[in-house]
Design a binder for this molecule. Structure first.
Ligand code: IVH
Length: 676
């Protein structure tokens, strides 16, 4: 095979893959295989420049920068569309069409999404893409051919046998939302300005004098019509717009899958509703739908008024963005204690509803968007998504527009507001007392793995909180039978059962109790580790950060959460109330059982133990009722030895004191089960 033949073969192969990937959404080969073919073709062309044609896929990577864009006169003007904003306006359009055509019956329309991108015109000569231009003023646009060549789903050569001498395709260039998000992430990382929306990003990318920049921006093209046409190939039998689009698809041009043929006003409005529902799920932005009389002869008959056709109309969706004034910023406290700044807005109609609030997510977001109180802001409400402030209009900032500061104390309960070092969210630390967090805290407290209060579920907690019978977990232990039986759907018997379950929960373990407090980042396992390590609640409460870090699996984040929780007087109060109410657990110092293997025994530690630190081992022994001393004597019961034990081991052997290792110590400790 000659080099020229191989190049031709590669081009055909790559074109096929482009079509499969971009247009049919069904790639045949992995990216690596595609890249291999592409590089082989590039290598051939580098050695044989005479083989490079304008339709070679290698031309998609961009070319040397242009000094300027040249003007292109469109063969037929690129018109715009009239808009309809309500069903009544669509009805009027349909009536005008029927009157104009003297059609007694329903008219058939081609209904399509209205892409929110940029109109372009593509010229194919003998099937080869030779020139592409922007809309410009409708008569003259700018030649952006090298840039359009980089658009992945735009065919550089038409598929199928017969191509017309000249075909001018009209359509829209846009950026998919996914590509837009990726582009902005890149811009952010490299410290460059982010694009406001996919439309602006597409416009900025298409109008680059250096088409290599465009090539990196992942633009897409969608065809919606034909401008100039010269030659065979258009459907002869079925002279309709929809058949024309079918023909474009056969040539390998991308056309929106969402287009439909509909009949009459009812068909138009049903289509509008259907696409409205799908809008948020589409991969690209649309700002409405377009209705076109489907019959091409009828289109001709209807003609144009000034710059817009009589046979088509754009039915716009309500704008998703609007401008309004940010009056103030309030703080909302969520069920988990998260503090969210919320913008209070001068009422504005956006996305089909009147909006007065918009989320600002968190403090960093407010800084990043540079939002001040009193700013004029752009608000966005897309679909059913919560409205948000997209950006400010800096030119409209009043002279005295204060910055937002996160409050230091919770606006609901007054507890301290804390924020972890690498966390975006500020939280109220009044977990047990904050009304905003009450329900969640109580449900967690009562849950099976915590205090295990049977029957205290969602509905009941809601009633207890709303009826102000319970504010904190400690209040549960003060509930009276009469009060509980007055609740909805609570017979005396079930009220009795609940109180019995609450009473029963008083006898618990330290680990469960710690877990039940709902301290952030303290799950069941950590609670167990803490209980085992400290053996008593008071020792846990007294532990400083260094001590906390000695506990198995406790890192700086958990240690900080613990310090914050127990540093909050309200929380300590509730803990005390719970103890006072009679919640008890077996504690090392308080309740070692009489049968415990180590109660009253004296231990000496020496050498490095395999997993326990000196402090941890001491805490465990003490929690079990034993004592730890520094030197070996006849009174010593056990010497616990680890690696590199020194003179203490010798002394023990001398005196005949029992010598054990860490594992044996653990066995001794486990024998009694009074630890947790
Ligand atoms: S047809 C003669 N179909 O909307 C009618 N236009 O105001 C020519 N647009 O700039 C337009 N999606 O780029 C048509 N499916 C669609 C469209 C569409 C978006 C744009 C078009 C033009 C504007 C018209």
């Amino acid at each position: 095979m000659s080099i020229a033949e191989r190049a031709k073969e590669l081009r055909a192969e790559i074109e096929k893959h482009d079509l499969q990937y971009y247009v049919l959404d069904a790639p045949l080969v992995p990216d690596a295989e595609y890249d291999r073919l592409f590089r082989e073709l590039q290598a051939i062309e580098a050695g044989h420049p005479e083989l490079v044609g304008p339709d070679s896929p290698t031309q998609r990577v961009g070319a040397a920068p242009l000094p300027e864009f040249l003007p292109v006169a469109h063969r037929t003007p690129m018109l715009s569309l009239n808009n309809a904003f309500s069903p009544a306006e669509v009805e009027a359009f349909d009536r005008r069409v029927r009157d104009g055509l003297e059609a007694g019956d329903e008219v058939e329309y081609s209904a399509e999404p209205k892409f929110d991108g940029l109109a372009v015109s593509l010229v194919y000569e003998e099937g080869i893409f030779v020139r592409g231009a922007t809309r410009g003023d409708g008569n003259t646009g700018e030649d952006v051919t090298p840039n359009l060549r980089t658009v992945g789903n735009l065919p550089l050569r038409l598929q199928g046998g017969s191509s017309p001498h000249v075909l001018e395709v009209r359509g829209e260039v846009l950026m998919l939302r996914g590509d837009f998000d990726r582009l902005n992430a890149r811009q952010r990382e490299s410290g460059e300005k982010e694009f406001v929306n996919p439309r602006n990003a597409a416009a900025g990318s298409l109008r680059q004098l250096d088409s290599r920049v465009t090539a990196r921006r992942s633009l897409r093209f969608f065809a919606y019509g034909v401008g100039a046409f010269d030659g065979a190939g258009l459907p002869a039998t079925d002279h309709t717009h929809s058949a024309l689009l079918d023909r474009l698809i056969a040539w390998g041009l991308p056309v929106a899958a969402e287009r439909r043929r509909v009949r009459g006003l009812a068909g138009l409005l049903a289509y509008y509703a259907e696409i409205g529902d799908k809008r948020a799920a589409l991969p690209y932005d649309i700002d409405g739908v377009v209705y076109k009389v489907n019959d091409l002869a009828a289109q001709e008959q209807l003609g144009h008024v000034s710059r817009a056709p009589r046979f088509a109309i754009a039915h716009k969706f309500p704008a998703e963005e609007a401008v309004t004034e940010l009056l103030t910023i309030d703080i909302q406290v969520g069920r988990t204690g998260a503090l969210t700044p919320v913008a209070r807005l001068a009422p504005v109609f956006v996305g089909g509803v009147t909006v007065t609030n918009a989320t600002l997510h968190n403090e960093d977001e407010v800084r990043r968007k540079n939002i001040h109180i009193g700013d004029t802001v752009v608000v966005r409400r897309a679909g059913d998504v919560i409205p948000e402030v997209v950006r400010v209009v800096p030119e409209k900032r009043p002279i005295l527009a204060p910055e937002f500061v996160m409050p230091k104390s919770c606006p609901v309960c007054g507890s301290h507001v804390v924020r972890g070092d690498d966390e975006a969210v500020a939280r109220c630390s009044g977990g047990l007392v904050c009304p905003a967090q009450r329900r969640q805290a109580l449900l967690h407290f009562a849950s099976r793995r915590a205090m295990d209060i049977e029957g205290l579920g969602d509905k009941l907690v809601e009633q207890l909180v709303d009826g102000e019978l319970v504010r904190t977990p400690a209040d549960l232990y003060r509930l009276r039978l009469t009060a509980v039986s007055n609740l909805e759907r609570m017979a005396e018997k079930s009220a009795g059962n609940l109180l019995a379950a609450i009473e029963k929960s008083k006898r618990t373990t330290l680990a469960r109790f710690i877990y039940a407090l709902g301290i952030r980042n303290v799950g069941e396992t950590t609670a167990k580790d803490l209980a085992r390590h400290f053996g008593s609640l008071d020792r846990l409460l007294a532990a400083d950060e260094a001590r906390l870090l000695q506990v198995n699996d406790v890192g700086p984040v958990v240690a900080q959460s613990l310090r914050q929780f127990f540093g909050e007087p309200h929380n300590l109060d509730v803990v005390e109330q719970l103890r006072a109410a009679g919640v008890v657990w077996g504690e090392g110092e308080a309740a070692p059982t009489a049968t415990s293997a180590i109660v009253g025994k004296t231990f000496v530690l020496t050498g490095t133990l395999p997993s326990l630190t000196r402090d941890a081992a001491k805490a465990l022994i003490e929690a079990g009722g034993g004592k730890v001393t520094g030197s070996v004597s006849k009174k010593t019961d056990f010497v616990v030895v680890g690696a590199e034990a020194g003179s203490k081991l010798e002394k023990a052997q001398e005196l005949g004191v029992a010598v054990i290792d860490e594992e044996q110590l653990r066995e001794l400790l486990n024998k009694k089960g009074a630890l947790h």
